[in-house]
Design a protein. Structure first.
Length: 216
């Protein structure tokens, strides 16, 4: 609640955190994972690890598409031709399968601070767009827009019970997607937007004067 008050006091529309800087001497008793998740659900932009660029992107997209969240590709599922999304505990609570997402205490070992609370759960299935804003040379940017399909996960996965997780299938093979994404200069952090809205997001990128790459 203190962190939320600070967001409102400073009139911030987006924010990011360097987890290693959150400790008792800094004045924060714990990492505000829970407020990050609730803030994203309110349309405030967010990204982890001090990524101001992606936090701003999440905010811009959320202003038009409320079902937008911060996302990270974690690893490929070669056999299932899907990509696994997961991270510590910052997610738009409105896009989880569970109507009442679980709230758990995290055993935090990255800095001297109290254990934080965080929301965990599985990201819901359906059509979506994976969006990355990559910096180029000479202060230019590239917007990578990838229509994807989030997998419908019906069975409860106990091994994933205390994490944010989900899987998406790209338009083609995982190998081709990762190759194209890498060649385009795609970075680790991204936004995930629900719906078949890739053309609109690509148009937004062109309006901004960015180099737009659609991976379809």
């Amino acid at each position: 609640m203190g962190f939320r008050q600070w967001l409102e006091q400073e009139r911030l529309t987006a924010f990011t955190l360097n987890f290693f800087a959150v400790n008792r001497p800094s004045g924060l008793p714990t990492v505000p994972f829970l407020e990050a998740s609730r803030a994203i659900a309110r349309g405030i932009g967010y990204a982890g690890e001090g990524d101001v660029l992606t936090a701003s992107l999440v905010r811009a997209l959320a202003s038009a598409y409320p079902e937008t969240t911060f996302a990270e590709m974690f690893c490929p599922d070669w056999k299932g031709n899907r990509l696994f999304l997961s991270h510590m505990g910052e997610v738009n609570v409105n896009i989880l399968v569970e109507r009442r997402p679980r709230l758990v205490e995290m055993a935090y070992t990255f800095a001297e601070t109290d254990n934080p609370a965080r929301v965990v759960g599985c990201i819901k299935g359906g059509p979506a767009v994976f969006v990355n804003l990559a910096p180029l040379a000479d202060d230019l940017h590239r917007l990578i827009v990838a229509p994807v399909t989030m997998a419908e996960i019906r069975a409860h996965l106990r091994s994933m019970a205390e994490s944010v997780h989900g899987w998406f299938a790209p338009a083609g093979t995982v190998a081709d997607f990762l190759a194209e994404y890498s060649r385009a200069g795609g970075t680790h952090h991204a936004a995930l937007v629900w719906g078949e809205v890739a053309p609109e997001i690509a148009a937004f990128g062109e309006f901004m004067g960015w180099d737009v790459r659609v991976l379809d």
